[in-house]
Design a protein around this ligand. Structure first.
Ligand SMILES: Cc1cc2nc3c(=O)[nH]c(=O)nc-3n(C[C@H](O)[C@H](O)[C@H](O)COP(=O)(O)O)c2cc1C
Length: 213
């Protein structure tokens, strides 16, 4: 099938203003639960989200990262602070997160501001990861140029160095928490008349509006 012939008809469900919880975090958790509890193969990562960041000149980059929790209404992920995304967040903390759950014909788009998590949060999560991932985070200067052999020899070096020891959480590694300013819940509908319910933060309250598809 050629690319231009590819299309799906979205008929699974709809979303009305009255269906959504008044708190978008509660609504997100409800949809996340539904995404997770659907009968899915193991390899589907419903916590995978597209993170977009941009530099001061307005150049935008996107990549997938994993949501690792929602704390006090903030979306948390972990990464290397020295990476491309880390540098861009330093220059411009406005970011967007986008989840796509094709099995439910749903998308959630979040815009907000990213801040580093506390060192304690980063370290606690770091030490909960498998040892291989902890070593990898020490080895990888994420987004910088490298050769495969350098990476492997550094990994072997650190495997030996930390063989019987706790692996330290490197300073260049940790979490970000994204405080949302808008959260859009998108439900696919027939004839491309999709439902788009958007929560916008004004002062401390959330306003709910519907957007044209
Ligand atoms: C399913 C999946 C999950 C990923 N999770 C993370 C993550 O949680 N943190 C992270 O730093 N990179 C993660 N990555 C790798 C990023 O997509 C990206 O390659 C890396 O962070 C470097 O991005 P940057 O050079 O734009 O900063 C993941 C990739 C995939 C495909």
């Amino acid at each position: 099938m050629s690319i231009h012939q590819m299309r799906q008809t979205y008929t699974l469900s709809g979303l009305q203003e009255n269906d959504v919880d008044r708190d978008p975090i509660v609504q997100f958790e409800k949809w996340f639960q539904e995404a997770q509890s659907s009968d899915l193969p193991d390899w589907v990562e419903v916590n995978a989200m597209t993170l977009s960041t941009s530099d001061k000149a307005g150049c935008v980059t996107s990549r997938i990262v994993l949501l690792k929790g929602i704390e006090d209404g903030k979306f948390v992920f972990f990464t290397n602070y020295g990476s491309t995304k880390g540098g861009q967040i330093e220059a411009n903390p406005s970011v967007s997160l986008c989840f796509f759950w094709p099995h439910l014909q749903r998308q959630v788009c979040i815009a907000g501001t990213a801040l580093k998590t506390s060192r304690e949060v980063s370290q606690t999560y770091f030490h909960s990861r498998p040892r291989g991932s902890q070593l990898g985070a020490n080895v990888s200067m994420q987004s910088s140029e490298v050769t495969a052999s350098d990476l492997q020899s550094r990994m072997s070096e650190l495997e030996q160095k930390y063989a019987d020891q706790e692996i330290p959480c490197p300073d260049h590694w940790g979490g970000y928490e994204v405080t949302p300013s808008t959260i859009e819940f998108w439900q696919g509908r027939p004839s491309r008349l999709h439902d788009r319910i958007v929560f916008r933060k004004s002062d401390k309250a959330w306003n709910i509006v519907r957007l044209s598809p």
